[in-house]
Structure formats: C-alpha cells, structure tokens
Design a binder for this molecule. Sequence first.
Ligand code: AGP
Length: 614
Amino acid sequence: MCGIVGYVGPRDAATVVYNGLKRLEYRGYDSAGVAVLAQNGHIAIRRDVGKLGNLGSLLAESPVSGEIGIGHTRWATHGEPSQRNAHPHVGMNGRVVVVHNGIVENFLPLREELEAEGVTFASETDTEVIVQLVERYLESGLGFETAVRQTLAQLEGANAVVVMSVDQPDELICARLGNAGGITLGIGHDEMFIASDIPAILEYTRNMIFLENRQMALVTRQSYQITDLAGVPLQPEVHNINWDPVSAVKGEFKHFMQKEIHDQPQALIDTMRGRVNFEKGTIALPEMNLTPELVHSLNKIIIVACGTSYYAGLVGKFMIEALSRIPVEVEYGSEFRYYDPIIDEKTAVLSITQSGETADTLVASEQARAKGATLWSIVNVIGSQSMRISDGYIAMQAGPEIGVASTKAFTTSLADMYMLGCVLGEIRGVIDPVRMRELVNNLAHIPSLAGQLLENEAVYENLASVFHGAQNFLFLGRGINYPVALEGALKLKEISYIHAEGYPAGEMKHGPIALIDETMPIVALATNDRLYDKMVSNIQQAKTRGGIVLAVATEGNKTIANEADYVIEVPASSELLQPILNTIPMQLLSYHVAVWRGCDVDQPRNLAKSVTVE
Ligand code: AGP
C-alpha cells in the first residue's frame, strides 16, 4: 500500500517528508519521491524507482529546499514501477503536484477527455489524471480549493490525495474518498503534518485528526479547516496519540518483526490495561458499549477478517462460544462481501483488523451494517476507519506493528476476544463471579508465560539451520490449535517464500497424508489438551511414512521426544489461552528460517502491511 507524507512549516520540508516516508517503508513500495515548493516559487521534484535509499541519494546529490512539500512511496497498481510512474506527479503546466493512494477507477475516460483537450500525459498512472484535472480547472480561472473540489467530485473509486500548487504556496489540500488508506493530519506549533499513518509524524506531534470518508482538509502552517466535499465545515475530534515514538523503531533488534515478536509480553499487558482488574477478578470493556438489552438480543456473532486476522477469528470462535454460548461464524472479508449473508438486528459483526484499513474487511463491515447488524471491531490503529465506523471496539493497544507479517496484533487480538467472551458470558449469566475470577487468573499469567518463550531464540536458529532448505512444510493442529497451524503456515510462507500448508490433523488421512515423505517437514501442535492423544497418533502416522516431525508440546512432557524428531516446549495454560503461547514458536521459527534464507523479513516481496485495495 502506498505511503503519503505532507508538511508545511518552518522546517526543511524535504527532510521532514523523507524521514516520514522512511517510517512508512513497512507498507511495501517499489518507488518513492518528494516534491517541494522551492524558494524560487517552482515545484521541485526528486523521485526514483527502488528502495528509499535511492531517493535519499538523489536528495543528497541534488537538494531541494522549501518549507512546504509532499512525498510518496508507491506500490504500483497502474503503470510498472519506474521513475516516470513514481509520485509525485506534476501537471502539464507545472502549477500543481499530487501524491495519491488508491485507484481512480474511471481514469481512462478522464484521460481520454483531457487528451482530447490537448493535455499531454507524462506517465501511465491513473494518478496523473488528478493533477491534470486540477490544472485544467485552475487554467479555467477557478481558485485552488474549488479546482480541487471539482476534481474530487469526478473521481470514482477509493482514493486518498494530497495536492500542492504554486498558486497557493502556503497551503496543502488533502482528501479521503472511500477506503484507500487513511489520511492523518498532525497538528504542530506553527507547522502541520499530513500522513497515511501515525508512525510517519509521531516524532513531531501527538495531536492528530483522522479524515473520514469524503472529507478534505485545507492546511497551512498555522491553521487547518476540515470540510465535506461540498465545503461544509466539520469539527472532527482531535486524538492524542499515546504511542511511544521509540516503539516505532527497531532498537537492538535486527528486524521490526523480531522486535514485535518480543514486544508481545508487554503488548499483552497493554491490551489488558484499563480492562482487567486482577485484584477484583473482573473485566470491563467500556469502548464496546455493551448493554444487557443488546447482548441478550444477539443470536449470533459473525467475525469478518483477512489473513492472519482471519485466523485469529477462528481461534476467537472457540473462545467466544465457550465463554458466552453465543454462536460464532467466521468469514473471510473478501468472501463475505460477495455472499448474501443472513444478517439482521440480532447479529453482531466483529471485524478483526490490525490496520483498520483493510478494504475487504471494511466493505464487509459496511455491508453488515446496511443489513442492520451491530458493528464491532478489534483494531490496533487508533482512529482507523474500522474503529470509527464501529458501534463498539476494542483497541489492541499493541503499539505500532511495522513488520508486514503480523505478530503482536494476532496474539493481542486473541486476548481481546477472550476478554470479550468473558464479558458477554457474564452479561448473559453464563459466567458467575467465581468463574470470572478463574478466567482472569488464567489470563493474568499469559504475559509472563509468553516472556519465558522468548528467552531462548537459539533453539529456533538451530531449527532454521535444519529446515531452511525445505521446499514444503505442513502444519497440523486440532481444535483450537488448528487455526494456530494455519497461522504458522502463513507466517512461514509470507516471509520465507516456502510453500506451507496448515491442515486439521484429523483430515490428513482423507488425502494429504499422501504428500508425506522425508522432504516434507511437519510441525505438529501437540500441547496437553483433550485432543493430545489424537495428535500423537497423527504424529505416529506421519513418522511411519518417513515424515520429519517438529512437535510443539507442553513443557515437562517426557514421552513426546519418543514420537517426534524435534520438540519445542511451551508453558501450560488453559485450553482457551494456549493458542496465544503456541503461536510464538510459529513466529520465531518462520522468522529465523526467513533470516537464514536471506529474505526481506519486514517487507516481503509482493506484500503490503495494509491491503487497502480490493
Ligand atoms: C499477516 O501476517 C499479513 N500481514 C496479512 O495476512 C494481514 O493479516 C491481513 O492483510 C489483514 O490485515 P489487517 O489485520 O490489518 O486487516
């Protein structure tokens, strides 16, 4: 997904913008650029294909100075990654420059219309129609603001833009149309910041406004005005972001992913903060706005999510059903939106989303609302679209998750669904105070148990030295650990590019067992629970077919070593919370295999941190 940064104020704009783009690198990109309104009143652009360092070299060789500028990291949709297709894009007359995130779905007819009027295009991008349209309106005598409004009114699709013009040298205009990633306005002292995401500007200000769909902002160094697209003034909330800017950097770790795996004990503590009272043995989720009337009216919950968040939802189904006795369905956002789901006012739809900006999840949520559902979200990014459209939400409070591969968001969302299940069960009279205290006590131990798992990474470096050459992997689990197998497979394949498949262990005999031989390592989740013996027999079946088995087992299990080739021990917890602990070895194994293979762990090929396109 593209990254956007804008600045107006007394600092060197190119430096602020470039540093902001570096904080957005995790979103994935293939080219980058900066535009500054130079002292001579002209627009100066520096842009290049490839890593951000190429742009940095360009800026060092040929600096641009000015106090207002915009920048962009591009994840190509229309037009191959190249210097000419990199943003920012300037109009034919050099009066206007734009950076853009999303897709202008009607760009072809707009381009043809403009070319018929004699406009020459310099790129193959859909973005360029935006800047050429604004210039056309300026040439017709309209002012900058009106020219931008007229342009936005013609765009179809989800788009986020920042526009700068020599006609209005002290002003940036930004706008959000649909779910093409956020536009965040950072409010400083005698300076303003615009960004796609909080980490880009957090070092300068904590006071932020998040544009909603079909809103725009007129921004100068000392003022901002938020309006709808018709120009009606709005008064959005100013959020104070309490994230620690340090947490948006790697520190002593080699990769963001490694740091974020190690963040998990603290993130789990933070997600409970203000919600779990360990002394009283109670849980409160005020942002969920749960009333007894609402909770008693529900006859089902549908969880919608994508990728890792979908697997979190599969674990959450076990938790919420066991704790609240409300039936739970789990659906991929990208599938759900094309179903004709059975939804009414007795349904609650819960989206799980780290970014809060995943297009498939957002569209599914909005469709559910249109059918009368109550909308909930479990979301990490404060002020994101998912958070804003929900009737109730739980903020993961995991801090910024920069690595493309989701780790701490997954485990904190499990803790959040556990808490949600407890609260729903309590309201429905399924959980009494004695049971609640037991549930809270089990939860209280999780952060420290997770910390134990992180003390010895050498085990995983050794396993990576054994397995890094494998071409295929199988992850097996049963019951609440089956989704953990799915998540383990996704982690491995998305950062090491090894084909990996998660499978319900009981299903192996219905076909996939034919795959097993000594070239197919198998990770078996075999911690102590009701299904342990079944897992052991699955391990034995794999071994008799020559499979190499790595078992995740409960520490103190003395017999599993007789069954599996390798054993990773995890501390024991309650069955409902065990997936939080069992996931951590999956994360560390995939991380160290990817490092062995020299992969770009934080920015795997073809992937983006938040998929805001459909
Ligand atoms: C997981 O490691 C991936 N980064 C991806 O599957 C991700 O979980 C998915 O795109 C959903 O993102 P979200 O949680 O921000 O909605």
